[in-house]
Design a protein around this ligand. Sequence first.
Ligand SMILES: [Zn+2]
Length: 204
Amino acid sequence: MVSHHPARRGSPGPGQTRMVDTPGGIIIYTLVRKRVKNLNLRMGAGGALSLSIPYGCPDSRADQMVREKWAWITAARARQAEAPELPPLPSREKCREMLEEALARVYPLTAPLGVVMPELKLRAMRSQWGNCHWRQGYITLNTALARCPERLRDYVALHELVHFLHHDHGPGFYQKMDALMPDWRQRRKELKSCVAALERQEIT
Ligand SMILES: [Zn+2]
């Protein structure tokens, strides 16, 4: 890669701590300038807020964005605080055992529909719980699922199995989920609170 801005290469640095008065009270955040196109607001462990902005974008524009997003920030922090405590990640072998068990529990729901038992691959993923490689006949499950309650592991395993029948998230996919696991929407909601818990415990 050839950089046009050699002085700006590498780490963007620690950032600048700023304080904004919003309708929800004072919000403290870290402002980081990076080679980005858009303003990018992120919440990390413990509700720590970080905003990356392009070089040349004024501080006042960053403050304004935090002020506009105060309701989202407050709600996200509340979700993090309420998130359940999750157990630590078990060993790789134990993860495999737990996720194979989840797959074995839900597979009988899809077997009568013609789904062939897929190969199971495990991966630590940052933004996905699972993946279905229907052409190749395997599914990938996120190892972090081993930290989540059993019923949520089952939900993700079933979701990926149903992708062998419906490759996208069209109406047919959701009809099948409704038929096989009527409370899947509730489980999906619970899984979102696990995301918040994983984020809270994230070591940065
Ligand atoms: Zn899907």
